[in-house]
Ligand binder design. Structure first.
Ligand SMILES: NC(=O)c1ccc[n+]([C@@H]2O[C@H](COP(=O)([O-])OP(=O)(O)OC[C@H]3O[C@@H](n4cnc5c(N)ncnc54)[C@H](O)[C@@H]3O)[C@@H](O)[C@H]2O)c1
Length: 344
């Protein structure tokens, strides 16, 4: 018999609607038993479409007290990630928390301690790890055909949260979001470069700016130069001012050739080898998630399977913390106009 996990959604905005709820509702390993949002219409709307029998809550603490779920997905404004995740872990739930994991390394430590004490899974939704093109890129890099990675460059940019979640005014308020583009988008690629290369960053310098949104009190652009512990170098950029298109790519330049991954539907993963000189086009695996508009990631299913002990967690809390620390180091470098070292 298929094992199934009772899951609740806390925060029923854009990412819940576009990714987590459909992924979980279509997973054989999960049942959505509750939706919680301070705006209960948001919770009801998702329930009607995906899980009509689920319970609706306005107050997540009440939901935790009722003990309806074995696991929760935290899809809230960034400043709530740590307190709500800790409350859920203390109530005995497994947690999948959205990125960025928290607003500081100290908060991450408290979340990790709560997970350890509860004996529950704590995953961070660094979901670029699950993208079919990135699964293929990891396979190609790990095969060794390109040799050692020497230089990596990654960027994630689009027109910003006004395009993504028109209701989400919290995105550009520092008191609720803590970070702008640097962590909203930058942490995705910070995590991806660590994941794909298997290397840790030793030092960074960078700029974090607000170039085009003067009324917002968070950044809308970040650029950084990075050096890994083994001397590999790279650049990392994030932007909320990429208008008219989006920028979502990583290139890895290696001792025997280069690998280019651009996240664009239908785009193959391209390797250029030096000897023999050739171009190899790798088809990513089939997207996961069998519903119209699926991102092809099955993040919810992966979370459920990790909680049920059926597969390893795709991004444990410890990993989410390291990726956030890279962004925090870049921020510090920008503020001090100095190179900042990371501890490992
Ligand atoms: N992994 C990804 O690719 C990805 C993409 C977009 C957003 N995100 C992350 O997901 C999180 C949510 O982003 P979003 O775009 O869904 O935001 P959103 O503003 O669209 O949704 C947030 C929801 O939380 C609700 N909410 C706020 N406070 C609450 C509380 N105390 N209790 C219950 N509900 C509450 C709001 O009413 C809203 O419906 C953010 O941390 C963001 O960084 C991740």
């Amino acid at each position: 018999m298929t094992k199934s996990l009772r899951v609740a959604i806390i925060g029923c905005g854009e990412i819940a609607k576009q990714l987590h709820v459909p992924d979980l509702a279509t997973s054989p390993n999960a049942d959505i038993v509750a939706f919680c949002d301070i705006e209960t219409d948001m919770a009801r709307g998702l329930a009607e479409t995906w899980a009509p029998d689920a319970r609706i809550y306005k107050d997540y603490k009440l939901m935790l007290k009722d003990g309806v779920a074995e696991a929760v997905v935290v899809c809230l404004p960034n400043k709530l990630h740590a307190p709500v995740s800790i409350d859920a872990l203390n109530a005995g739930c497994h947690v999948l928390v959205e990125k960025p994991m928290a607003t500081s390394a100290a908060e991450c430590d408290k979340m990790l301690a709560a997970a350890k004490k509860a004996g529950k899974q704590l995953l961070v939704n660094q979901c670029q790890r699950l993208h079919p093109a990135h699964l293929k890129a990891k396979e190609v890099l790990d095969s060794g055909i390109l040799g050692k990675v020497l230089h990596v460059t990654a960027m994630f940019g689009h027109g910003g949260p006004r395009e993504w979640s028109p209701r989400g005014t919290w995105f550009w308020k520092k008191s609720e979001a803590r970070f702008g583009a640097m962590a909203d988008l930058g942490v995705h690629k910070a995590d991806l470069i660590r994941y794909l290369t298997g290397k840790e960053v030793a030092e960074v310098c960078g700029f974090v700016e607000n170039c085009n949104n003067p009324k917002d009190d968070v950044d809308d652009n970040m650029v950084s130069a990075i050096r890994f512990t083994d001397g590999t170098v790279g650049t990392l950029a994030a932007s909320w001012t990429v208008y008219g298109e989006s920028a979502d790519f990583i290139s890895l330049h290696c001792a025997k050739g280069s690998l280019r991954v651009r996240l664009w539907p239908g785009e193959p993963v391209i390797a250029h080898l030096q000897h023999p000189q050739c171009e190899i086009s790798f088809e990513p695996p089939e997207p996961r998630g069998d519903y119209a508009g699926s991102w092809g990631l099955d993040a919810g299913g992966s979370f459920a399977r990790a909680c049920l002990g059926l597969e390893p967690p795709f991004c444990p809390g410890e990993e989410g913390k390291k990726s956030l620390e890279l962004i925090l180091a870049i921020e510090k470098a920008a503020q001090t106009r100095k190179t900042v070292s990371l501890k490992h």
